[in-house]
Design a binder for this molecule. Structure first.
Ligand code: ADP
Length: 492
């Protein structure tokens, strides 16, 4: 497979356009943006920098397709066939998509293969298989009335997604929205648009009617804002940063009160008790739970809470694993952590490390930029001992930086775990079943892993509490975001 990857990485990538109404179109203003590869800092290609008028066109195409009904009124079993074809095409082009994505955002290929095309194909298949098995309801009304609850498609859904896992997160929103019969306008992040543009092409090849799926690329502050403020978008599903999430809620309030669903990252606690079933396994999974994809994972276990009796031993194990990880060229199958997605992000990550030192945190390993000679953006996996009041214990770095905090008792662990404005993911390592259940009950987070970190599939929802957001991706519950419950009250 390495041979094929080495070939694919050399292929030139043509300048990219917008995908609107089933056709490739330049942006109305002709503006483009350079795509810089984080692998070596070179210019890969250009993408269109869409303006508000391009967004208008895309939304109009989506609305026209919805009203026409070729998709929105198609029988679920018909939609299923096309969604399954999309999944098959993603699988067929998996290696090409994975390499394209890695050249764009720097994720190590071993992870990208599973998490990007692999996951996206699975998500399309999951909602394809589900959609002709989801029933409406008959309400328990009085005998002389028939109350029907329909699950109707809503209309036009906008999805705004980030750069860390564009296909996986894109599919989490696009697949259920399409399955439910909606039209979609997707805006990828500036730093990871290429695979989603290719997805648009595959959707067309699979037979998705024109206008049902549109992709507008460009700057968040321009095309993203135009989507947020649009008067003809019914639902906006977002994954990204807290500040942008707040803006989207404001845009909604200032425009048409579109429903806004947010997934906004976290500062997830990974709590290791001295009675963890295997300390070595816990150390390895904890290290990989933060350092894979260079920590650019919304559920990354970035706060490691360790019971004081094993704190030193455990922290050293994790630091050793971190220091021994194979870093560098993300297109080598053996690489365990690839590049930081952009120079700006790398500077932010280094800034967090500098600030941690300035605040008195103790560096166990890492902290430095590496491989600068490649022209790319790389940083060592970094482990700091911190106290809960330090910036690094509170703010999401979104980089390869782990903060370790000791605790004394279960109550202590819970207090520290919950001392965050976020509530996305978490984990607890213990062989004590009652303690595991207590922690599952009391940790305020959308997911609590027990004796593992980061495991999931399409059958379980992912969503945050507190300032990690609202609404859920994945599972049948995600369909609820993309349907209207519509009542028919029939007097008999
Ligand atoms: P990250 O820190 O992961 O880059 P952002 O929240 O900045 O997260 O970006 C996530 C997505 O939001 C990207 O597609 C980006 O273009 C988009 N975005 C950024 N700013 C805005 C905005 N003002 N309005 C709408 N979308 C935006």
């Amino acid at each position: 497979m390495q041979d094929k990857i080495d070939h694919l990485r050399t292929l030139p990538i043509p300048a990219q356009s917008l995908f609107i109404g089933g056709a490739w179109q330049a942006s109305r203003n002709g503006a483009t943006m350079e795509v810089i590869s984080p692998i070596d800092g070179t210019v890969l290609t250009t993408i269109a920098d869409a303006g508000a008028d391009d967004v208008d066109l895309a939304v109009a195409a989506a609305r026209a397709a919805f009203e026409k009904g070729a998709w929105s009124k198609a029988a679920p079993a018909e939609r299923k066939k096309i969604l399954l074809r999309i999944a098959d095409l993603i699988d067929k082009h998996a290696l090409e998509l994975a390499v394209l994505g890695v050249r764009d955002n720097g994720t190590e290929i071993s992870m990208a293969l599973k998490a990007e095309p692999g996951s996206a194909a699975g998500t399309f298949r999951y909602y394809a298989e589900a959609i002709d098995k989801v029933y409406g309801e008959i309400a328990p009304t009085a005998e002389n009335v028939l109350g029907l609850i329909h699950r109707a498609p809503i209309g036009v859904v906008a999805a705004i997604v980030p750069w860390n896992f564009p296909m996986m997160i894109g599919a989490w929103k696009v697949a259920p929205a399409l399955a439910a019969g909606n039209s979609v306008v997707l805006k990828p992040a500036e730093g990871a648009s290429l695979t989603l543009l290719r997805l648009a092409e595959l959707c067309a090849e699979a037979g998705l009617p024109e206008g049902v799926f549109n992709v507008v690329t460009g700057r968040g502050a321009v095309s993203g804002e135009a989507l947020g403020l649009h008067m003809d978008i019914d639902v906006l599903a977002f994954t990204g940063s807290g500040p942008v999430g707040r803006r989207l809620l404001e845009y909604s309030a200032r425009s048409n009160l579109k429903r806004v669903y947010l997934e906004l990252g976290g500062k997830s606690p990974n709590v290791v008790f001295a009675d963890a079933p295997s300390i070595d396994q816990a150390a390895k999974v904890s290290a990989y739970g933060i350092f894979r994809n260079s920590g650019q994972v919304c559920i990354a276990g970035s706060r490691l809470l360790v019971e004081r009796s094993i704190h030193e031993e455990f922290s050293e194990k994790v630091a050793k694993i971190a220091a021994g990880m194979k870093l560098g060229d993300p297109l080598q199958l053996t690489t365990e952590a690839g590049a930081i997605s952009s120079e700006i992000q790398l500077k932010k990550d280094l800034g967090f490390a500098e600030q941690a030192l300035a605040e008195g945190a103790t560096l166990r390993t890492g902290g430095e930029r590496i491989l600068q000679e490649t022209g790319g953006f790389y940083m060592q996996p970094t482990v700091f001992d911190v106290t809960p009041d330090m910036t690094l214990a509170k703010e999401e770095a979104f980089g390869p930086i782990l903060s370790v905090i000791p605790f004394n008792t279960e109550d202590d662990a819970l207090r520290i775990a919950n001392a965050t404005e976020y509530g996305l993911a978490s984990a607890v390592w213990t062989a004590n079943l009652s303690r595991a259940h207590r922690m599952v009950r009391d940790i305020k987070a959308g997911v609590v892993h027990v004796n593992t970190y980061g495991g999931a599939d399409n059958t379980v929802p992912l969503g945050g509490v507190k300032q990690s957001g609202n609404g859920h991706d994945k599972s049948l519950h995600a369909l609820d975001k993309y349907v209207d419950l519509k009542t028919a009250w029939i007097q008999l």
